[in-house]
Design a protein around this ligand. Structure first.
Ligand SMILES: [Fe+2]
Length: 434
């Protein structure tokens, strides 16, 4: 591993830990051990789980070192204990969890200094370290979602996202033809993003920006939640059973809507992307609007395909890593930004804010790409293939740049809405265009 790569890895580990610390130090110990929703773990579980994964992969596997705590592996194995059961486990208390993650980190940094296994695929290009950086950043987003579910006085602060700089509305035609989906070259891409492969995508239209609160409120006002015809059979059954009447965290406020975000309540902002909707709500809105959700391949083509060169970019704006001028990522702002806030992040064809702001539901289930190979373990992706999931793309304001790129795939159950999920619509372009 080169010295530059070691420095990059160390800085990325450090950045992830700073965020974990911020999110866990923001509340007191009683809050850390409390379960704020049966959908989420107590924050103290996430904290020690992050350390445990780092121990398993970096300290024991890559480093070949003795365990720091062999006795707790089972407690922090996400497959062994569903979230609702985690508060009853004999978890490390906050002080123990903090001490544990610190000890593990010291050892992981020592491994990073000494590791020479450049010919081992797990360590090539710093992959195992990148995987652990992404894992911690993903839990930081999960912990941010827990903060959104927590009752009590606000504890998180961030400046508001930028205002719209250019008008963005309507839809964009993506011409038909093949493009390269997935990647062979992104060093820290996870197994499910590989390999790169050609996919022929017929011409389609896609929204230039995610669906806004105002647009979504029009669906509600038009009786969208009362009309089974807009909903799939499963979606309607879920809507009734769960009693859905609006996005999560929305409440009636006179003739409008109020929204509570990280403990602060205000009017729903009309031109912000709608967030905290489940797949079934997104699908019903799209049907009501005479549209549909994009497939995963359509989303990625809109985000990566450069019609001038025919190649796929890392990001809509090009190959440069995301900066604050490109996208609303990294918990820099604790809200999605209005359409037009990131003109420098647009794709060559003029699709805006594909990266950041809100995760976007697609119509696709989660499957391995042709030629998929498990790396480094089946529990990362493969065990979820073919399950009852829908793919989400693009990352949210809560997602770090380290865990977000044009090829990055997220997946969740179609009923989930505690995540920072929104959507945009698409439609077929027909055979006469493209
Ligand atoms: Fe995890």
């Amino acid at each position: 591993m080169t010295q530059d790569l070691r420095l990059t890895v160390a800085a990325e580990l450090d950045r992830a830990r700073a965020r974990t610390t911020l999110l866990t130090d923001a509340v007191d110990d009683s809050d850390l051990v409390r379960q704020h929703s049966p959908l989420m773990s107590p924050l103290v579980w996430d904290l020690a789980h992050v350390g445990n994964q780092e121990e398993l992969w970096l300290v024991r596997d890559v480093g070949g070192r003795e365990p720091v705590r062999r006795d707790i592996d089972e407690l922090y194995d996400a497959f062994k204990h569903p979230r609702r059961n985690r508060p009853a486990l004999p978890l490390l208390n906050p002080a123990e969890a903090r001490a544990y993650v610190g000890q593990v980190r010291d050892k992981a940094l020592d491994v990073l200094d000494r590791v020479r296994l450049t010919d081992r695929p797990l360590v090539a290009d710093g992959f195992a370290f990148g995987m652990i950086v992404q894992h911690e950043q993903q839990h930081d987003e999960t912990m941010l979602a827990t903060h959104q579910l927590r009752a009590g006085a606000p504890v998180l602060e961030a400046p508001a996202p930028p205002a719209a700089r250019v008008p963005v509305s309507g839809e964009v035609l993506i011409p038909g033809g093949p493009f390269t989906m997935g990647t062979d070259t992104e060093p820290w891409a996870l197994d499910n993003e590989r390999p790169a492969h050609r996919v022929d995508v017929p011409a389609f239209f896609i929204d230039a920006a995610p669906v806004t609160n105002a647009e979504y409120a029009a669906f509600i006002a038009d009786g969208g939640y009362d009309e089974p015809r807009w909903w799939s059979e499963r979606g309607w059954a879920h809507r009734r059973e769960a009693g859905l009447t609006a996005p999560m965290h929305w409440k009636r406020d006179g003739d409008g809507w109020a929204y509570t975000r990280f403990g602060r309540t205000g009017r729903v902002v009309p031109d912000e992307p709608v967030v905290h909707v489940c797949f079934f709500e997104a699908e019903a809105y799209a049907t009501w609007a005479g549209r549909r959700l994009p497939t995963e391949a359509e989303w990625e083509k809109a985000a990566r395909h450069d019609p001038a060169t025919g190649r796929s970019r890392r990001f809509p704006w090009g190959d440069d890593p995301p900066g604050p001028e490109h996208a609303n990522l990294g918990q820099r702002h604790l809200a999605p930004a209005p359409a037009g806030a990131y003109p420098r992040g647009a794709s060559p064809l003029g699709v805006h804010q594909l990266i950041g702001d809100v995760w976007e539901w697609t119509s696709s289930g989660f499957h391995g790409y042709p030629g998929f190979r498990v790396f480094p373990y089946a529990e990362y992706s493969q065990v979820f293939f073919g399950g009852d999931y829908r793919v989400l793309r693009g990352g949210s304001f809560g997602t770090d740049a380290a865990a977000c790129r044009g090829t990055f795939r997220n997946w969740d159950h179609p009923i989930r809405r505690q995540i920072f999920s929104g959507f945009r619509c698409a439609r077929d372009a027909g055979t006469d265009v493209g």
